[in-house]
Design a protein around this ligand. Structure first.
Ligand SMILES: Nc1ncnc2c1ncn2[C@@H]1O[C@H](COP(=O)(O)OP(=O)(O)O)[C@@H](O)[C@H]1O
Ligand SMILES: [Mg+2]
Length: 372
């Protein structure tokens, strides 16, 4: 068993001394920070590959830029033994666009009523009647779905028809909301198909939840909420999991504006505060510390910092992450791509690192300028 995850070499070491992250300390929350283009996502991939190679810790990756959709595809230049081991790992990728691969689906009716109401912008107090209908449906549809009607047959047209079959105006309003907001038509919904939640429950080595290809940000956030709701609801199972959230400011903003954004921030802050004892460990990656809710930030005992040139952001990091030595923090503006400061519980001591090379392919290819 290897506790040391090899991530690269110590910067400025004469003989390229290997540098490690302690696998056992991924049972803390981790903050992964650096300005755009500093190499956060690439470096994150280096760490996650090692987690896959050396541990049995299941990864759930919320991937807003489709950067990890090729995590299962090994580069030609990867060392043969690592390539063989990685090839044997169970890495499941769920796509939000119509591209190749398994589609990302979740069950609308499987989500907590509070989350479903947020998606439909139904407020429990201001829209008391409509919310109440959603509560009633919870029971009715439970029976409806469970008994005579097989799940496969139950789709958005059936749900809308069911709502309109009643004389209750609140039910008609709900049907209209589903249609008017476009929610009924979302590609995200599984209806009778398999949900990503079913796969997560089988505990593959990694589940990549590609959030980058949906038509609207609302759909992408609803997908993330469904996954996080599920992990939280089943927290008593105490299955250690690493929940990786790239571009975490999308899901854990200090200034949420929509009801779904509010629930997402609330959920992530809750996992940050209480998730550790249930084995729900976060890895939050973002460009600036101020873009993530401070109550999530302050719970992170591990820090990886890549290039960041803003003195204000560095000062904030110094305040929140007292364990990161100032003398090393102030080196960050001078980092080249792929260089990082690691500090906190998951390293023996705070150190500067040149990240190693990826073994798997990066996804999310940029649009290239066509050359003549
Ligand atoms: N250590 C590295 N070695 C080689 N290429 C890298 C390295 N780090 C980043 N890159 C490349 O630089 C670009 C930006 O990196 P990325 O990880 O996407 O940055 P960020 O997530 O911080 O915006 C990508 O095209 C990536 O392939
Ligand atoms: Mg990135």
């Amino acid at each position: 068993m290897v506790n040391e995850l090899s991530i690269g070499t110590l910067l400025e070491s004469e003989d390229a001394t290997p540098s490690h992250v302690l696998a056992a300390k991924l049972n803390r929350h981790t903050f992964w920070c650096g300005q755009s283009g500093s190499g956060k996502t690439y470096a994150l991939g280096v760490l996650l590959e090692q987690v896959l190679l050396q541990t049995r810790l299941p990864l759930v990756i919320l991937d807003p830029n489709s950067d990890f959709v090729r995590l299962g595809e090994i580069r030609d230049d990867a060392p043969a033994d690592a390539a063989a081991q990685l090839a044997a790992r169970d890495i499941r990728v769920f796509r939000s666009s119509a591209e190749d691969g398994a589609p990302l689906h979740v069950k609308f009716l499987g989500m907590p009523v509070r989350s479903r109401a947020a998606i439909l912008q139904v407020d429990p107090l201001y829209d008391a009647e409509d919310y109440n209908v959603m509560l009633q449906l919870e029971h009715e549809l439970g029976a409806f779905r469970g008994a005579s009607v097989p799940d496969v047959a139950f789709d958005h047209t059936k749900l809308l028809a069911y709502l309109r079959s009643s004389d209750d105006p609140a039910r008609h309003r709900l049907a209209m909301r589903l249609e008017n907001l476009g929610v009924a038509d979302w590609r995200l919904w599984a209806w009778g198909h398999r949900s990503v939640i079913d796969d997560i429950d089988e505990r593959p080595d990694a589940t990549v939840v590609d959030l980058g290809g949906f038509a609207t940000p609302a759909e992408s956030r609803a997908a993330a909420l469904a996954v996080l709701d599920h992990l939280w609801e089943h927290r008593d199972d105490r299955i250690g999991r690493l929940i990786v959230i790239d571009e975490a400011h999308n899901l854990c903003t200090p200034t949420p504006s929509s009801p779904v954004e509010k629930l997402l921030t609330e959920r992530i802050v809750q996992i940050a505060a209480e998730g550790r004892k249930y084995g729900l460990w976060l890895l939050l990656s973002t460009q600036r510390p101020s873009k993530v809710h401070p109550n999530a930030l302050s719970q992170c005992d591990n820090l990886a910092l890549m290039r960041m040139s803003s003195p204000r952001d560095l000062a904030e990091l110094g305040e929140v992450f007292g364990y990161a030595p100032e003398s090393l923090l102030e080196r960050s503006p001078g980092f080249a791509q792929g260089q990082a400061l690691f500090a906190g519980g998951f390293v023996d001591q705070a150190s500067l690192v040149q990240m190693g090379s990826r073994l798997t392919h990066e996804g999310g290819s940029d649009v290239r300028v066509p050359l003549r």
